[in-house]
Design a binder for this molecule. Structure first.
Ligand code: BTN
Length: 326
């Protein structure tokens, strides 16, 4: 009832009478009032005026199950939400739930991670209650060697979600860092579980720096947050919902072909490496070149400085700008 009540209050955008709410839910006025009181205790500002009803004035920056579900307009992705105050890692938790039989599309989201994981065995630290740490668990029936393409989809969905909600010029540093004005604002970690030759499940975790204002010295050069770029705080729930909605849309497009033929144009438009000189850090050999973006397989198409062409597969290498991170 709480989720539905929030949705009605938000969508009405004006006063809605207690009577209408009672009829809608088939409950007493006291029952409605109790849920309103709970919401107020959680920080929602809801005005109650005699003969007019209830009107929502302010929403706190919460990412609870009810707040997220009241905003999500997806058919299946994120319809199962697991919200945690604290967890070791949302990826690890999503894997546990997958092993227990959770449905494809389950979302795990937390206020804090005590053992956040980054790519290449690194850790991921993110301040409590200010950012988004979320993981989506999927059970795609695709060839395992195509699973890394899901990471690119998540990057695309995140960059588009950020643009939609904040208007910031979010871009993608291939394969899967989301950047705003040269600073990394989101990292993505995809993990795969196989059963024989098939994918058992995939977890795609995104760490997005949303309202964090201070970064440790060693990260200040490369890391940023949306709030620092925009100069105001952003609703994490609104942003998370926009990203998940976009991911559902593009994931369904991806499944039709198992590649990015329908999406690489969009991806390349947002790819910040395009037209820039890059250094490809391939284990054992390093080279420089330029790129116009990815192909339908999600590989970066690079023209090396010696004029020859090559494609770079996401799993193997990382790419740096010649004069810095991007
Ligand atoms: C990177 O190294 O850039 C990837 C960082 C991925 C961090 C996110 S936060 C949510 C999810 N849970 C984790 O433990 N890691 C990912």
């Amino acid at each position: 009832m709480k989720t539905e009540l929030l949705k009605i209050l938000r969508e009405t955008g004006d006063y809605i009478s207690g009577q209408q709410l009672c009829e809608h839910f088939g409950v007493s006025r006291t029952a409605v009032w109790k849920v309103i009181r709970q919401l107020k205790e959680e920080g929602y500002v809801i005005e109650g005026v005699k003969n007019k009803g209830y009107c929502i004035r302010e929403t706190p920056d919460v990412i609870t199950k009810e707040e997220l579900k009241s905003r999500l307009r997806t058919v299946w992705l994120g319809q199962e939400v697991v919200y945690l105050e604290s967890v070791d890692s949302t990826n690890t938790q999503a894997k546990r739930l997958a092993e227990e039989g959770a449905p494809s599309g389950t979302l795990v989201i937390a206020e804090e991670q005590t053992f956040g994981k980054g790519r290449r065995g690194r850790s991921w630290t993110s301040s409590k209650g200010e950012n988004i740490m979320m993981t989506l668990m999927l059970r795609p029936q695709i060839r395992p060697e195509h699973a890394s393409r899901l990471t690119l989809l998540m990057a695309l969905a995140t960059a588009k979600g950020i643009r939609k909600v904040t208007g910031l010029p979010a871009g993608i540093k291939w394969p899967n860092d989301v950047v705003v004005c040269g600073k990394k604002v989101c990292g993505i970690l995809t993990e795969l579980s196989m059963e024989m030759e098939d994918i058992h499940y995939v977890v795609i975790g995104a760490g997005i720096n949303v309202n964090q204002e201070h970064f440790p010295k060693e990260l200040q050069e490369t890391a940023g947050s949306l709030c620092l770029e925009l100069g105001r705080k952003i609703s994490r729930a609104e942003l998370a919902a926009a990203i998940i909605e976009e991911l559902e849309r593009i994931y369904e497009l991806f499944l039709q072909t198992e590649d990015l033929s329908e999406l690489c144009e969009d991806y390349n438009t947002l790819c910040v490496n395009r037209g820039h000189e890059i250094r490809v850090l391939d284990p054992g050999r390093e080279y420089t070149g330029t790129t116009e973006g990815i192909n339908a397989s999600g590989e970066l198409v690079v023209q090396k400085s010696d004029g020859t062409w090559t494609t770079v597969y996401a799993g193997e290498v990382s790419v740096r700008g010649l004069y810095g991170y991007v």
